[in-house]
Design a protein around this ligand. Sequence first.
Ligand code: SAH
Ligand code: SF4
Length: 314
Amino acid sequence: MRTLPPPARQQLEDSFAFTTVTPQVKRVADHGQTVKYLFRLGDAKTIETVVMHYDATTRSRARTTICVSSQVGCPIGCTFCATGKSGFDRNLTEAEIVDQFLAASRDLGDKQRSLTNVVFMGMGEPLNNYAAVVGAIRRWAREDTLNFSPRRVTVSTIGLVPFIERLSAEGLPVNLAVSLHAPDDELRSSMIPVNRKYPIAAIVAAARAHAERTGRRTSYEYVLLQGINDSMEQARRLTTVIGHRLTHVNLIPMNPIDGSPLSPPSKARAQAFQSVLQGAGISTTIRATRGLDIDAACGQLRARQLEPAATSPA
Ligand code: SAH
Ligand code: SF4
């Protein structure tokens, strides 16, 4: 608005915010295919957002996926997760979720590629911040905003059963990813405290109902932890727990985190685990690790930035 005198422009700039997220750190890895942002919020708290480019293959088109955060920290406290270890601060607002998409899009500029998919796999438990997450999905979808289809959005949850049921009733064709990580309740409760409240059978039943209702298959996330949940017997038990109808399993070799003795299994062991699932007719992939050198595991960039000595400007 150059027709306004400079003091008025300054006053406008001081009085209004055009975004709720400001890039504080940006790191690029995997030859430009992975970009990780640390965004600063209005109250100086920070969150992580990751953009991942995937080239076209014979089976799929090129994609650019943004991994967004839903909370500052996370109250669930899973043993293997950097975000869980950092504790919980607050929910993000709908605007802060929406703006992660807009800020990353702006930064992509006109580099030919635009965001094609959203996954709620950054910091936080999205179903613990239900209204803001569903509000953001609906806002992206509006024809007068981005017209971005909920079919391209995946909500990843640790398994908050009542909210999975509520999500199914929204009439939104979103994809559901369930972070299962263990085939029995005893083990799962030792890794994920909230499993005592919502055990495996209840989670799988809610996920099945969502899949039947939307026709979209459930993706089960399974972080492979060496010597803990990676045996062939555990793979067999997993097949009976989830069944093969409308399911897909994503095996994620654990990304080591600071101060934890947990580690990923060997590649051969991960592949053997995968073969057991595939043998039972369950479509299974092993997730390729992205951006290890930029602290790509959930919550790690922020964890390191919070250490007093580690600051690097954007
Ligand atoms: N709270 C939600 C979404 C955020 S976590 C959930 O748990 O599903 C997104 C995914 O990252 C989850 O599947 C989670 O288990 C996984 N994850 C967390 N810490 C990890 C680590 N250290 N290595 C690999 N995957 C991890
Ligand atoms: Fe929270 Fe998900 Fe991390 Fe568990 S894995 S602590 S639910 S962000």
